[in-house]
Ligand binder design. Structure first.
Ligand code: SF4
Length: 407
């Protein structure tokens, strides 16, 4: 596996109280059953608008953010999704809908646009048992991704992102998906790759205080055997099989392992025919700091109107060596001055790692924080909150048995 040095990149300033995103779950009901899902599909789980407002109040009381990811389950199944978007906008945040897209119609999209939706993150991958697309691999699913991207383009100025869970057997398709995103850089602003995680009881045991927990109770205890320890660097390595100069610019480290990449951000500049280069640590620092200085929040999502201004980003090459390479590559042909240059993000997310000694390496500065019982909690561990009221502790297998024997 390639080794990236985290000190070469910009540590994103996102933290518990001052972040770029927050995660709102108006429902746990879903119309798909993805293999890697970490939320139980609850049919009667739509929250009332009162409760959703309380949760937004809790975010507002404890945390600043640029965007609110409206997730679930699938939020489009909530009967008041249009009102929820209006509500999020009222709090001065960008409403971003995280959906598998199945329930999205042109009419609903029109209503959501009028309500102020800022963007969509479509969760599309080959392990969703999606009707009509069941046996399609990730590359074949680009056809479906394209349909949603065109739908948003026609609606106008709505940020378009795709997220896919990366499994051991789908890692090979990531480069082709990044290539597809290049060809559609004018209508796709973000590609997110979330590395698959599930409970691994062969190496760790889960405890609530002194009580050992049977993890079969929880949805993220998977039956089939697949790697649950793929690292962000492995995804970069795979992408480099097509883009040898692919290079991130910023990251969030692990809460236990400082040199682990939990969120790894790459910013690239290109046209649908060519990628001219990458943002460096300095230019991403300028973008985040300026956005915070002028808007009081760190930047999460940019609209298509913003991302097609790649040439203005090139001015930051004054401070940024990596971006300077892109500058010279782009203007090597002076006629490019008449061309549009687009910015596109590629984000790799590496959820929880249970380390050999049982420590849990979470994302330090978790952007997907949600609300439960008036508290801010990790949305990826919500099942533990719902079942036990706490996040479970982990110990290496038989660790406590051996300890008890010693004591
Ligand atoms: S800690 Fe969990 S919820 Fe937060 S960003 Fe990481 S994977 Fe997502």
């Amino acid at each position: 596996m390639i080794k990236l040095n985290h000190l070469d990149y910009y540590r994103l300033p996102w933290n518990l109280t001052d972040n770029s995103i927050s995660w709102l779950e108006p429902t746990a009901k879903c119309n798909l059953s993805c293999d890697g899902c970490y939320r139980k599909n609850e049919l009667n789980s739509h929250k009332s608008l009162e409760i959703i407002r309380e949760e937004l109040d809790t975010f507002n009381k404890f945390r600043k953010c640029d965007g609110v990811s409206i997730a679930g389950g699938d939020p489009l199944l909530h009967p008041n999704i249009v009102e929820i978007v209006k509500m999020v906008k009222e709090y001065g945040c960008k409403p971003i809908i995280n959906t598998n897209g199945l329930a999205l119609t042109k009419d609903l999209l029109k209503e959501l646009k009028q309500a102020g939706v800022y963007g969509f993150t479509f969760h599309i991958d080959s392990k969703q048992n999606r009707p009509g697309w069941k046996d399609k691999n990730e590359t074949e699913l680009n056809e479906l991704r394209y349909q949603y991207a065109v739908m948003l383009k026609e609606a106008g100025n709505i940020s378009c992102s795709f997220n896919s869970t990366v499994y051991e057997d789908t890692l090979q398709y990531v480069p082709e998906m990044v290539k597809w995103a290049e060809k559609n850089i004018e209508i796709v602003q973000v590609m997110v790759f979330i590395i698959y995680r599930a409970v691994n009881t062969t190496e760790a045991e889960y405890y609530l205080g002194p009580l050992k927990i049977d993890m079969n109770k929880l949805v993220y205890n998977e039956d089939y055997k697949a790697r649950v320890d793929i690292k962000a660097e492995e995804v970069v390595q795979e992408i480099r099989t097509i883009y040898s100069d692919f290079d991130p610019c910023a990251y969030l480290n692990g809460s236990e392992q400082p040199d682990s990449f939990k969120w790894l951000l790459t910013g690239r500049l290109g046209t649908k025919k060519k990628i001219f280069g990458y943002m460096g640590a300095k230019s991403m620092e300028v973008v985040q700091s300026f956005h915070h200085m002028f808007n009081g929040r760190y930047l999460a999502y940019s609209s298509p109107k913003m991302t097609r201004k790649g040439k203005s980003l090139l001015t930051l090459s004054l401070f940024d060596k990596k971006l300077r390479k892109a500058f010279w590559k782009f203007y090597k042909n002076p006629l490019n001055i008449f061309k549009r240059l687009h910015y596109q993000s590629v984000m790799i997310i590496q959820p929880i790692d249970v380390l050999d000694d049982g420590r849990q390496n979470m994302c330090d500065g978790c952007p997907d924080i949600t609300v439960w019982n008036g508290k801010l909690v990790w949305s990826c561990r919500m099942e533990e909150q719902l079942n036990f009221g706490y996040n479970l502790r982990t110990y290496p297998k038989d660790f406590l048995k051996d300890k008890k024997a010693e004591i």
